[in-house]
Design a protein around this ligand. Sequence first.
Ligand SMILES: [Zn+2]
Length: 449
Amino acid sequence: VAVAIDLPEGSSRCACGIAHRVAIEEIALEPGAVERLAAYCDRKAWRRLLLVMDANTREAAGGAVADGLLGAGIDAEEHCFGRRSGLIADQEAVSAVRARLGSGPFDTPVAVGSGVITDIVRYAAHLEDRDFVSVATAASMDGYASGVAAMEFGGVKLTYPARAPLAIFADPAVLAAAPAELTRSGLGDMLGKATARVDWLASHLLYGEHFCPEVDARVLGPLTKTLDLVDAVLRAAPVAIESLMQGLLESGIAMAMIGSSRPASGCEHHASHFWDLLAARGIREHGQHGLQVGYATHFAMRLQRFAFTGGVQELAPPRESVALDAKARAWLGGPPPEVVAAIEQKRRFTAERAPRWPAPADWASLRAGLTTAQDLYPKVERALGAAEIPAAPGFLGVDARTLRATFRYASNLRARYTVIDFLDGQGALDEALEQTLGAATSDLERGDG
Ligand SMILES: [Zn+2]
């Protein structure tokens, strides 16, 4: 049974008053989706494709895709990254795809893979000002349908404007056969939406940042459904994997509708980016994006509970955050120009919108709304546990000291306003970290100099 993912009409105006445009023409999430690719090519009158894959995704789907296309009379050339692990969405990989694209009159590039390959092709295609098609091989992250690419240039992982694929093809049997770690990762990325949407809502209520209920519903609906299917997802039941993938695709569409990752990425993602930065600096090993996001979601939930459900009793005008001190610089290593720009952008955001800051008397009702938005948290905690994503230091090479630094400094990596900025502005971040990360980490921090 095919899952219906309804794409917003190009011209439709939703309740928030903004016309959301999504360039995706077709999504096939169903058994035999790959056959739909050949039919799609036929409709587009495409005769020559470049399939970009790696050794793993070639085995998982790329070989079959090539055979299917060739059988349908469509020329499918392969660009196969030889390595089986450690491929990074960096300049080198993008240049390789661009060079190959320039070597012949290809009708379109096709990304056969999951996160890294899709982002490499997405960014290369965007720089060439052309479209691309995605064949998904794992329900591992929410970026398939998104219009931004998570790239790692000069060791810093940032999202860059790019474009959504013209079409996405995903066969649940292929997704279900992916390594279990990739599916757990997709689950972690999906569960992270719980805290991402609370960060978005908080910024809306505190600063009037644009918030679209229709877009939020696209994330909340599948998140709720995923919470009920966690055990089946972890057993790799294709129907459950299909449902998880639907949620990840809907999240991508939500991001494409808003034109940024705001609906699906909050401080839990900032933490993940912080860990990517440490990995790029050789301080820890690279981890799966979604596992990192899921791990961070545990602590993001605790911080939001503290911030919006008791820890901050009275709302004060936010104090201005202090510039990066020596300790922050030691962790952030620099900081790179993108980080400096993000800090400045956030400072401007909060300064410009300061007049909208709620009156102290409004805090109770505002907090009630944010508390309701956290109703799912007990289920999210259970789901993370089932996916073997623990709530203690030591997971994914993140020790207690790093964990504490993460939630103190990671918000500097992005212009986006989150619960961390809120707590910082209320002068409550230290207490929140103390209470949510535990006494063990504070001892370590004191020994930090
Ligand atoms: Zn994510």
